[in-house]
Design a protein around this ligand. Structure first.
Ligand SMILES: *Cc1c(COP(=O)(O)O)cnc(C)c1O
Length: 397
């Protein structure tokens, strides 16, 4: 059994805060402070340029990739770290389209995160080959998978509602029609059990600053299925994805396997912070995590629905259809969320009216959920959100 009181001690959380936004930015793992300080002082400070060899900086992108791989069912050597998720989406989609050159349709859904759709739109324009980005409702994806589709690009867990796609079933259906799949695991990795190998996913991508707690701007990851690893062309053909970066050859030749998806110089300090964050996961059984995440989510829904009829559940009621977050729709959701944050209950708001709460058993317990429910009840039933200072929208919501 995973000891969640122990994992909780591994995080710094400000006093008086119930943090229900680990689905957007995980909190600080205590060990990351010393780890990054050490990397700055002993590695950067003392080793200077020799750190690339002596401290293993150049290997970090794949070593950390292997550790993330273990959380998503990817074998060693199939995941690499770097860049941002938007860039990894672009590379995966570009590779997929090239592996399916006679088809022109990219299938996605209206629940996908905008940047994934934007990256696809930009790629379609750059290619100039008449690709069509077809966006359908989430429950119409299966019916739209056909022989004209080149790539199926989906986010497994909907960032707004927490609705979950069946990755294995949709991938199987896609493969039956010769469609290549790209799965965005931004709200899956560290949130629910994921097995890209069992599901047969062709490409998978994700970020590490949400449920994996790597810190703001932590690097993204990309998985390429072994069957494509030697054929995929990474689109962004940077020198660190070259077969021999230090040959300084003017001609690009892709590195073997997933390492070709690397682009430029890796973010070493961010990778050191991420390593400390991943140490926590060595103590976690993901099945325990899922069970506890469901328990917390169910408790929250029951409490909020009973106490605040004005809030309407916007997530699937069935826990098995839901990721690790719960969303409620409320007309004054933005102001209500600001009022909650002012009282130490931190969630976030997604336009037009979604109040979003993440449930992260690594550092959240039932008593946190009950405290959050008390404060939500107070804010909603007493209209405490109805104040001008809660109405002005900040840059990040
Ligand atoms: C969070 C998130 C992103 C963010 O992309 P970045 O490039 O890291 O800013 C992209 N896609 C999905 C599905 C997300 O949830």
């Amino acid at each position: 059994m995973t000891d969640f009181t122990k994992t909780r001690e591994m995080f710094h959380l400000p006093k008086g805060v119930v943090y229900l936004d680990g689905n957007s930015l995980g909190p600080l793992p205590r060990a990351a402070v010393a780890r990054v300080t050490r990397a700055m002082q002993d590695e950067w400070g003392e080793m200077l340029i020799t750190g690339w060899n002596r401290a293993g900086w150049m290997r970090l992108a794949r070593d950390v990739g292997d550790r993330v791989g273990r959380l998503i069912g990817a074998p060693a050597g199939t995941v690499v770290m770097g860049d941002t998720l938007s860039i990894k989406v672009y590379q995966a989609l570009a590779s997929a389209l090239e592996l399916n050159p006679d088809r022109r349709v990219i299938l996605s859904d209206s629940g996908n995160f905008p940047t994934d759709l934007y990256m696809a739109q930009g790629l379609v324009e750059s290619l100039g080959r008449g690709h069509d980005l077809r966006i359908v409702a989430p429950d119409e994806v299966a019916a739209n998978i056909g022989d004209e589709v080149a790539a199926l690009m989906l986010t497994e867990v909907d960032y707004r509602t927490g609705r979950m796609h069946d990755m294995a079933a949709l991938t199987a259906r896609a493969h039956a029609h010769g469609v290549i799949t790209i799965w965005d695991l931004a709200h899956s990795a560290g949130a629910i059990p994921v097995d890209v190998t069992a599901a047969g996913a062709d490409f998978a991508v994700g970020c590490t600053y949400k449920y994996l707690n790597g810190g703001p701007g932590a690097p993204a990851f990309i998985y390429v299925a072994p069957k494509w690893a030697e054929r995929a062309r990474p689109a962004l053909s940077g020198w660190l994805g070259h077969e021999a970066p230090f040959a300084f050859d003017p001609d690009y030749r892709p590195a073997p396997g997933v390492e070709r998806m690397r682009v430029g110089t890796p973010p070493v300090l961010a990778l050191r912070a991420l390593e400390a964050a991943l140490d926590v996961w060595d103590m976690v059984d993901i099945a325990d995590l899922r069970a506890q995440s469901i328990a917390l989510g169910e408790l929250f829904i029951a409490q909020v629905e009973r106490r605040c009829p004005a809030l309407r559940l916007a997530s699937p009621r069935d826990a098995l259809q839901r990721g690790s977050q719960v969303s409620f729709a409320f007309e004054h959701g933005y102001a209500a969320m600001q009022a909650l944050i002012a009282r130490g209950v931190i969630g976030d708001f997604r336009a037009p009216d979604i109040m979003r709460f993440g449930f992260t058993p690594l550092y959240l317990s039932e008593s946190d959920v009950m405290r959050a429910a008390d404060i939500i009840e107070d804010v909603i039933t007493n209209n405490l959100w109805d104040r001008p200072e809660y109405m002005t929208k900040a840059e990040v919501t």
